[in-house]
Ligand binder design. Structure first.
Ligand code: HEM
Length: 411
């Protein structure tokens, strides 16, 4: 396959579902180009993706298994990928390195530990709903993303990690910049690296001087523990980046996508209100059709892998294509692209599967499962203040969510 026959992915992710339908028509695994021209293979169906994620010949460590790793620096427009694969944490490691880095953080996010955060989530939810009510008192539209979907997970994760108030805005800006794949310029990549190199060292320095009952303090202790698991400076920084980043942007979009899905499917909202469809059903269906992580860069073939008649050569990159899998008609039937909260499809892979499956899934589910019923109960007349066509997707082929969600709160 030559470079010219690669399909360039839309760096803005303007219509991710339609893009996957087009790719699927080309075959089970399609050669694509990520922004800036980075070559990768995109599995387009559920079974193909699942098989690849679970295949032990597929790695997440670019340093060991990506043939193009040594030449990234030679391509000025490839620098943006470093925010995803250049990080040294559990997301981009393989085998024992991955196990070691994951076990430092995973125990803090078990279903049992997550349950302990429920009261705090309820408190923040109640506070934000009051603020939203005040903002919408005049009947003017309010942005339910900026006023609700975003601050809830942001506040929670910042409290968990002891991020002080005055560092939260910079933290949010850094995560949004990493998610924004619309600009593969070296300047954008440099700005992202500059933010990572400023915001996180500032947090580590602050928590070293002001230790508290938070996870940053815990991780700093591991770094400094001479006999223990030995987190290097680099691993500490990138583990914080991963968990703080993954801990909020994804959940923001889960809540936002659910609000839009319900407001554009009033008959399903009525069924939810009537108790005929569960909130868990809504959350799973949103994750299936509009997974907060639509596609994740990157995985790598450790040896030649032949799947569905296509050979991915050793050293090639593979995109993890959750949005393609979630809307695959071969798995979910002809209506795969439609939102149907009553369909009971809870086998989506939006939280990943296998050894890299999301450690924050119970937390994200709990946050959305608290926020959504509270929002719709508080504002029974909630409605979109724009047409669905006017909503704009965040500029990313990775993140799947709406930039703004203007609503009227109703009487
Ligand atoms: C709707 C919300 C969320 C979605 C859709 C989501 C999605 C994902 C996905 C797809 C993966 C697998 C990546 C892979 O296969 O390589 C993953 C991994 C991960 N997620 Fe989440 N996530 C969410 C929320 C969270 C939260 C709240 C946290 C933390 C508090 C979190 C922390 C992580 C971490 C640390 C990993 C890496 C696990 C590993 O590589 O071993 N995520 N997430």
């Amino acid at each position: 396959m030559t470079m010219t026959s690669r399909v360039a992915l839309d760096p803005f992710g303007a219509d991710i579902t339609a893009e996957y339908a087009r790719l699927r028509a080309l075959g089970p695994i399609v050669p694509v180009e990520l922004p800036g021209g980075i070559p990768a293979w995109a599995p387009t169906g559920y079974d193909t993706l699942k098989g690849l994620i679970l295949d032990p010949r597929v790695s997440k460590d670019p340093r060991k298994h990506w043939s193009l790793w040594p030449e990234i620096g030679e391509h000025p427009s490839w620098g943006w990928i470093m925010g995803w694969v250049g990080v040294v944490n559990m997301l981009s490691t393989y085998g024992p390195d991955h196990t070691r880095l994951r076990k430092l953080v995973a125990p803090s996010f078990t279903a049992r530990r997550t349950e302990l955060m429920r009261t705090r989530v309820e408190e923040i939810t109640a506070e934000l709903l009051e603020q939203l009510a005040v903002a919408g008192e005049s009947g003017e539209p309010v942005d339910v993303r900026a006023g609700f979907a975003q601050p809830l997970p942001m506040r929670l994760i910042c409290e968990l990690f002891g991020v002080p108030e005055d560092m939260r805005e910079d933290t949010g800006r850094m995560i949004a910049a990493i998610m924004d794949t619309s600009d593969p310029s070296p300047e954008h990549a440099a700005s992202v690296q500059q933010q990572i190199g400023t915001v996180l060292p500032a947090l580590i320095a602050y928590k070293s001087a002001h230790p508290g009952d938070d996870m940053t303090t815990e991780l700093i202790k591991v770094r400094d523990d001479e006999d223990g698991d030995r987190l290097s400076d680099e691993e500490l920084l990138y583990t914080l980046l991963l968990v703080i980043g993954a801990g909020f942007e994804t959940t923001v979009n889960l809540i936002g996508n659910a609000v839009v899905a319900l407001l554009t499917h009033p008959e399903q909202l009525a069924a939810v209100r009537a108790g005929e469809i569960s909130w868990d059903g809504v959350i799973d269906e949103v994750l299936r059709v509009h997974p907060s992580i639509a596609s994740l860069p990157l995985r790598f073939a450790v040896s030649d892998i032949t799947v569905d008649g296509v050979t991915i050569p050793a050293g090639d990159a593979i995109l993890t294509t959750y949005a393609g899998a979630g809307t695959d008609p071969a798995h979910y039937g002809e209506s795969a692209e439609s939102f149907d909260a009553g369909r009971g499809a809870d086998d989506h892979m939006a939280f990943g599967i296998g050894v890299h499956r999301c450690i924050g899934a119970p937390l994200a589910r709990m946050e959305a499962g608290t926020a959504l019923p509270a929002l719709f109960e508080r504002f029974p007349g909630l409605e979109l203040a724009v047409t669905p066509e006017e909503l704009r997707q965040v500029p990313s082929f990775i993140a799947y969510g709406w930039q703004e969600i203007p609503v009227r709160l109703g009487g």
